[in-house]
Ligand binder design. Structure first.
Ligand code: IVH
Length: 674
């Protein structure tokens, strides 16, 4: 074995460690991922040739062997404390006052403000800079040995950098980013495996795996927020300096940490983090304030297991427990029957929730949800509320299993299921009052015919009172008849008739979309209109011809052909045209000569100068594809204020992000075409 191999291996390890440090601690990747992978492979192959040179702190040695024994108990060298909580401004003021009362110097005290990460607390012991063991918090005095699992977390250095102490316990929170959590659950759902209820359970569960190879796949992260024992180093004067030290040893520290003075500044921090809660890439359940001066901390000391010098200021809960009182079945526009949980109303994530969709029977089975169960409801930000899990321990003996009804609960037609798929459908078609109502709501909706003022409630009233049975009947409504409806004034009736008349002028794409052909969304409708150009051509297109169009697959093609082959659908279309629905001729533009041809654009957040729909229409006219979700295929994301998970995903995938001003510049550039 030559010296040069030893040197080469050492260099490779250093390069990889440096990259990890730049990536995880400095948040400033130094080399592309591909280069990193290449270095790793090179190191692996050298180590394979010279196994004697493998050391436990080599970056290739993160994943150890599976164990069958229970996790060993570990006594923390310095106990791991917990935190008291405050839930209101008043409680926070009382906390600050208690501190001032106890300290000799009364002052606008300096605090370090940190996000309160929602994961699992761990303690890592480094001796001579090497990670020698890692433990869960346990009861604060004794935890469990999870060293093998901790080693798989790439942001945790196996060797410290810089001027590290001889022996040091560092404490922090292991967590799963929202993106990693979503990716994990998406995959688990596909493979019919158990989903994690939330990122906290995901982190804790992953750390308690007997097989480190499984933990390695879980994409966990860590932020370090305090020290336990520290030997062989001069203590810093402040907590903030300590955090800088910890960072200089190569450990990741949260980037949202700020110093604040006095209660108003603490509250500012709380509010600004709460505002950005959804946009942060990880889950938090509050913020933590810590007295900055270590001397003051020492003077303040502890009560029971919590320090007097720190407290957690909790955010309003995003998860609550309530009772699942009933499950109803709702029939949608295409007949799909959706089970909806009726809950004992519960205040969660800032709103009262009493109905939550359960999506389909597979979901009910996965949750094993029964009537009478206690369930955990989650509502995070603007995300629709969901049932996270059932608390099995609280299941009453008479809890009832729910079954899909065999007949449609609205029209009594047979309920059908397509090839063992998750979705059940009412076979009644437009005979079914529920499907009719949904079809009309869709037709009138903003992105379809855009009938101003024709809301869901009104459509239901019109169908229930038999004013209309299909979408074409809308154009026969008169103000004189409408005023007879309950709660309908003369002026509103006239306005509605005007709005219905105004909707007659539309575009071919919107008309096709409005018809509500299964699986034909706005993008497909736009494709049909611009490729086939006339209604006749679309109506008469055969499956093969449709398949030749961009992004139209066999399922959609079949739905389109079936829809237009249906006699009653044809009759409704004829009636609509006779009522005067019309659109300008579609002018063929060679798709490749459109300015934004081939670009896939995502809009997120809100824009000041125009609605998202308007922006979308303009982009589509310029030839762009506008998509609702960010993926590797996205070309640009235009983000306005309030942008959340889509913006995060774009940043994660390294996709170009622009603001409203850039969008306006783009439109101005092509003004003639829009
Ligand atoms: S400090 C002596 N800082 O919250 C202080 N804890 O409720 C001990 N946590 O067990 C903890 N983020 O798991 C601290 N920035 C942060 C934190 C944090 C999350 C967790 C930690 C702890 C629990 C206490």
């Amino acid at each position: 074995m030559s010296d040069s191999v030893v040197v080469q291996i050492e260099q490779l390890r250093k390069l990889i460690d440096d990259h990890n440090y730049a990536y995880y601690v400095l948040d400033d990747p130094s080399i592309p991922d591909a280069e990193y992978d290449r270095l790793m492979r090179e190191l692996q192959s050298l180590e394979q040739q010279f196994p004697d040179l493998i050391t436990p702190d080599s970056p290739t040695q993160r994943v150890g062997a599976k164990v069958d024994t229970d996790f060993a108990k570990i006594e923390h060298l310095v106990p791991m404390l917990s935190l008291d909580n405050v839930f209101s401004d008043d409680e926070l003021s009382a906390f600050a006052k208690r501190i001032n009362d106890r300290l000799t110097v009364v002052d606008k005290r300096e605090f370090v403000c940190e996000p309160k990460l929602d994961g699992a607390a761990v303690s890592l012991l480094y001796e001579q800079g090497k990670l020698i063991r890692a433990a869960t918090r346990g009861d604060g005095r004794i935890g469990e040995d999870i060293t093998q699992n901790i080693r798989t977390i790439k942001s945790i250095p196996l060797s410290l950098r810089g001027d590290f102490p001889n022996r040091v316990e560092v404490r922090g929170e292991v967590f799963m980013s929202k993106a990693a959590f979503d990716a994990h659950n998406e995959l688990a759902r596909k493979n019919n495996e158990k989903l994690f209820a939330n990122p906290r359970n995901a982190a804790a569960g992953s750390l308690r795996q007997k097989d480190p190879a499984i933990t390695a796949k879980r994409d966990l992260s860590i932020y370090v927020y305090s020290l336990g024992l520290a030997e062989g180093i001069e203590s810093a004067d402040t907590h903030f300096e300590r955090l800088q030290q910890i960072k200089s040893w190569g450990l990741p520290v949260c980037t949202e940490i700020k110093i604040a003075q006095g209660v108003p500044e603490l509250l500012n921090y709380y509010r600004s983090i709460l505002e950005r809660r959804e946009a942060l890439p990880y889950e938090i359940d509050g913020v933590v304030y810590k007295v900055n001066s270590i001397e003051d901390q020492e003077q303040l000391g502890f009560v029971a297991r919590a320090p007097r010098w720190a407290t957690a200021h909790k955010f309003p809960a995003q998860e609550e427990i309530t009772l699942l009182e009933r499950i109803d079945f709702q029939v949608g526009r295409t007949g799909a029957i959706t089970p909806v949980a009726r809950l004992k109303p519960v205040f969660v994530g800032g709103v009262t929730v009493s109905n939550v969709t359960l999506h389909n029977m597979d979901e009910i089975q996965r949750l094993d949800a029964r009537i009478g169960d206690s369930v955990i409801i989650r509502r995070a930000g603007d995300v629709i509320p969901q049932v996270v899990s059932v608390i099995l321990e609280r299941r009453p003996e008479d809890a009832q299993v729910v079954q899909m009804p065999e007949q449609c609960p609205v029209c009594g037609s047979e309920v059908e299921r397509e090839d063992e798929q998750a979705i059940y459908r009412c076979s009644g078609g437009l005979v079914c009052q529920a499907q009719r109502k949904e079809a009309i709501k869709h037709f009138a909706s903003r992105k379809a015919m855009n009938v101003d003022g024709l809301g869901d409630k009104l459509v239901e009233q019109l169908v229930d009172e038999e004013y209309i049975t299909n979408v074409a009947d809308l154009y026969g409504l008169t103000a004189e008849r409408l005023v007879d409806l309950e709660r309908m004034g003369e002026r509103s009736a006239e306005k509605l008739v005007e709005a219905i008349a105004a909707s007659k002028r539309t575009t071919l794409a919107k008309f096709i979309y409005a018809l509500g052909v299964r699986e034909v969304g706005e993008v497909t409708a736009q494709t049909l209109a611009s490729e086939l150009q006339t209604l006749e051509a679309i109506e008469n297109a055969k499956e093969e011809a449709l398949l030749a169009l961009p992004d139209i697959g066999p399922v959609v093609a079949k739905h389109i052909e079936t829809f237009f082959a249906n006699e009653s659908n044809r009759a409704v279309i004829t009636a609509l045209l006779e009522a005067g629905v019309h659109w300008p001729e579609v002018v063929a533009v060679a798709p490749e000569s459109q300015p934004l041809a081939g670009k896939t654009i995502v809009l997120t957040g809100s824009f000041e100068s125009m609605g998202r729909n308007e922006a979308k229409d303009k982009l589509v006219q310029l030839g762009a594809k506008v998509s609702g979700s960010v993926s590797g295929k996205t070309s640009i994301v235009f983000a306005g204020p309030g942008a959340g998970s889509k913006l995060n995903k774009a940043q994660e995938l390294g996709i170009e992000v622009q603001d409203e001003a850039a969008l306006l510049t783009l439109f101005a550039q092509y003004e003639q075409s829009v």
